[in-house]
Design a protein around this ligand. Structure first.
Ligand code: PEP
Ligand code: MN
Length: 393
């Protein structure tokens, strides 16, 4: 990074000078530039005022006076029926809230993984089927799921379609919830050309991501000197940070200082995702390392509990509830508010996770295994989870 940039401060495109993981490689640079220019002039997906309102609600969580319920699909799809999905997901949030709200004893802050949750980090850059190797599917905003060279090519035009769908989804959500228990939007800020183009200035000169109310940093892109950390360090939105089992306490301290040097309550949300068998070793040193900071801790009990059986990913309900229980226990022992949870869930009757009133064994997953990426709780499992977590609270 040039020295003058450091002195002049942050700007939305500064990430371009840093090492970036998990980004697509677009061959047609002219097409990419045209898409970026289009998005720079396009409508924001969310209003800055609403992203600011979430900051205030999250500050209440940081003070122990609210509880976060965040959830939705691992990945949205271009063929989602938007109006129907919004209505059904909102209904699921309400059903879970009936259990959680009285048990938490504080207001709930509802945040969906929606209206921008299109880009996926992958553990391998390619996928093999038989003897054919193709680029991995990286989410509908980057390429297609079909196993063909044409579908898997990285296509910048997909950003335009994702933006269009996100604007419609966010508008539908805000009309549906007008005045009553708002549901905010969130997604992983992975695809930086898209995020940069939708970054806008408020009246006081602050920069906001208008791609969603809250954005988070994935567990695979949290390198201190990396592009994603640089982008997220400059925006005013609530920023989440996925904390996996390999995150070292001193790295967490540096990340917090980098992402929120002013230590503002509600600005930073640490999202633990360790796995039921690793949380006991991993979480207490992290809680200790950042004790005293005004941040929010929540738990994602999904991503550390993924298993592969017969080539297909699954998650067990018991591992999910056990990680949540451990989270609450460790937070209480450390005198930290267990601030909420982050789930992958669907309002549909999908069969992707085992137990909790859903499929009993791997063979039962066949009926409705529909996820584009990771296994989600179905509506019945999500309500059962809310019931059990209410009992723990
Ligand atoms: C996700 O939230 O879908 C995800 C990929 O999470 P993580 O970065 O924690 O693996
Ligand atoms: Mn996922």
């Amino acid at each position: 990074m040039a020295r003058d940039e450091e002195i002049l401060g942050w700007r939305p495109g500064r990430w371009r000078g840093r090492p970036a993981r998990q980004l697509p490689s677009y061959e047609d640079k002219a097409a990419l530039a045209a898409v970026e220019a289009h998005l720079k002039d396009a409508a924001p997906v969310v209003a800055i005022g609403d992203a600011r309102a979430l900051r205030e609600e999250m500050a209440m969580v940081a003070r122990g006076r609210a509880f976060v319920l965040q959830g939705g699909d691992c990945a949205e799809n271009f063929d989602d029926a938007v109006a129907e999905r919004v209505a059904r997901l909102a209904q699921l949030f309400d059903g879970m809230a009936e259990h959680l709200r009285p048990a938490a004893g504080v207001p709930l802050v509802r945040i969906a993984r929606i209206a921008g949750q299109f880009a996926k980090p992958r553990s391998a850059p390619t996928e093999m089927r038989g003897r054919i190797e193709l680029p991995a599917y990286r989410g509908d905003i980057i390429n297609g799921q079909a196993f063909s060279a044409a579908a898997r090519a990285h296509d910048p035009e997909r950003m335009v379609r994702a933006h269009f769908q996100s604007v419609g989804t966010a508008a539908t959500l805000s009309v549906a919830r007008h005045g009553r228990d708002p549901i905010y939007t969130s997604h992983e800020a992975l695809l930086l050309p898209y995020e940069e183009a939708l970054t806008r200035r408020d009246g006081e000169g602050g920069w906001w991501a208008t791609s969603g109310h809250m954005v988070w940093l994935g567990d695979r892109t949290r390198q201190l000197d990396g592009a994603h950390v640089d982008y997220l360090s400059g925006i005013e939105n609530v920023v989440g940070l996925k904390c996996g089992p390999t995150l070292q306490p001193d790295d967490l301290v540096r990340l917090c200082e980098r992402l929120d040097p002013e230590d503002r309550p509600g600005k930073l949300v640490l999202i633990g995702r360790f796995g039921a068998d690793r949380i006991d070793a991993a979480l207490p040193p992290l809680l200790e390392a950042v004790r005293g900071r005004n941040l929010v801790w929540i738990i994602d009990p999904m991503h550390g509990n993924t298993e592969k059986v017969d080539g297909r990913k699954l998650r067990r309900f018991d591992a999910i509830t056990s990680e949540i229980a451990a989270f609450i226990r460790h937070c209480r022992a450390a005198g930290v508010h267990p601030g909420g949870m982050h789930l992958e869930m669907s309002p549909d009757d999908v069969t992707e996770c085992l137990g909790g009133g859903g499929p009993q064994g791997p063979a039962d997953l066949d009926r409705a295994y529909r996820t584009a990426c990771d296994p989600r709780l179905n509506a019945r499992q999500a309500i059962e989870l809310a019931r059990q977590v209410a009992a723990l609270l």
